[in-house]
Design a protein around this ligand. Structure first.
Ligand code: ZN
Length: 403
């Protein structure tokens, strides 16, 4: 399965798609209210089949004539998602689905067969530009630039819009992309941190540019200007878009950095070990900075790249002590606080860098718990200078990473 996201051209036709997205937002709110009332009355959830049947009846009424959009499956999909979020409330402990302004309704899903693609013959197209395609959604054609060639059969098309009014389509293909990378024979442990985004067990830091912090001043100014405008005015709407633009830029910068780093790591190492993170606990401890770094998002992207490039990303147990133990002799230092960046082990007198030591422990723990072999740090002049691995698995046979 491969997903590619394309931006639809901004032209007059797009307003029809916006209207249809608004309708699906209204339908969602309508059925959310209905199922809440149903629950109060009968003490159980309104099932999808009942909702769907009711929708069919409603569409016959004069009052809801405008709900008859050409592709009815999209509205049924809204109901399907709604009943799923009710189910997840019980099974996964998620919150209750909330009412949303229909203008903030973001997505609509189409079956691949119901959204055919066609190439547009554009004579004025520049050679280096991407070919223009058009897609038929709800009976109208929308144009976009296809920046990745389609390899498989399109199974699903997901339409999303953002706060700026841009509309994107995500094409899902039944095709999994594989990019073979040469084997490096290296394994590495990584420690997440605030000072450096990642620290490798060889001591190499991977800093994060902190995009939210970087754009914070611009954002504060924009928000101040926005708050001074009269509510409901065109000026206010313009400033709202300005804020949304800054948020979008921040997110784009972060995503770009994540993808590039994930690809770099997959090219450098065969096996990557990470700690299973307690993100909620980290957020409580460090606040906004953790959200800016978005560790969870990064791990998701890294997993995707590792599948594509046939690498392994493995997680070690959350409760194994990584920061407090000396990675050379295993002595546990209970007096260590968060402020200590460097410390000397009282047992073996090695000077340890906090992040590198944690990364080394993660590598040791990972290699041992997945039965790959034994890792020993090489110590010279009281400093860790490299790693020696006694591999028992053919995966790591040629491993000899050094700093
Ligand atoms: Zn020690």
């Amino acid at each position: 399965m491969r997903n590619t996201k394309h931006k639809l051209f901004k032209d007059k036709t797009l307003r029809h798609l916006h209207d249809e997205l608004n309708i699906s937002g209204v339908v969602r709110n309508h059925f959310l209210a209905l199922s809440m009332r149903y629950y109060r009355r009968y003490g159980k959830e309104l099932s999808y089949s009942k909702m769907s049947a009711h929708l069919t009846n409603l569409k016959k009424l004069e009052k809801y004539q405008h709900w008859n959009i050409p592709y009815s499956w999209a509205l049924q999909n809204v109901l399907k998602r709604l009943s799923q979020s009710f189910r997840e409330m019980k099974t996964l402990g998620r919150g209750h689905p909330q009412f949303k302004s229909c203008k903030k309704h973001k997505g609509m899903t189409f079956d691949g067969r119901q959204a055919p693609l066609e190439k547009v013959l554009d004579k004025q197209k520049h050679e280096r530009n991407h070919p223009t395609y058009k897609i038929r959604l709800n009976g109208r054609w929308y144009r976009f630039a296809l920046h990745r060639p389609i390899e498989g059969k399109i199974t699903q098309v997901h339409v999303t819009r953002d706060a700026l009014g841009d509309v994107y389509i995500t094409l899902t293909e039944d095709y999994s992309e594989v990019k073979y990378e040469p084997k490096t024979g290296k394994a590495e442990g990584f420690d997440f941190g605030i000072k450096d985004f990642l620290t490798g067990s060889d001591g190499h830091p991977y800093p994060s540019p902190m995009f939210y912090k970087h754009n914070a001043d611009k954002l504060a100014t924009a928000q101040k200007v926005h708050s001074r405008k009269v509510k409901g005015s065109h000026n206010r709407e313009r400033e709202r878009k300005n804020i949304a633009r800054i948020h979008k830029k921040t997110a784009n910068q972060r995503t770009d950095h994540h993808w590039k780093l994930a690809i770099e790591l997959c090219q450098k190492f065969d096996i990557l070990f990470f700690e299973d993170l307690n993100l909620r606990g980290m957020k409580a401890l460090w606040g906004k900075q953790v959200s800016d770094l978005a560790f969870g998002e990064f791990l998701r992207k890294l997993k995707h790249q590792s599948k594509k490039r046939i690498r392994s990303v493995l997680k070690i147990d959350r409760w194994s002590p990584t920061s407090k133990c000396c990675s050379v002799c295993g002595h546990k230092n209970d007096n260590l606080t968060l402020a200590d960046r460097n410390w000397t082990c009282p047992e073996c007198h090695t000077d340890l860098d906090r992040d590198q030591n944690a990364a080394m422990n993660i590598l040791k723990e990972g290699v041992a718990s997945f039965g790959l072999g034994v890792v020993r740090p090489i110590v010279l002049f009281n400093r860790i200078v490299g790693i020696s691995v006694e591999a028992t698995s053919p995966l790591l046979k040629s491993t000899n990473a050094s700093a």
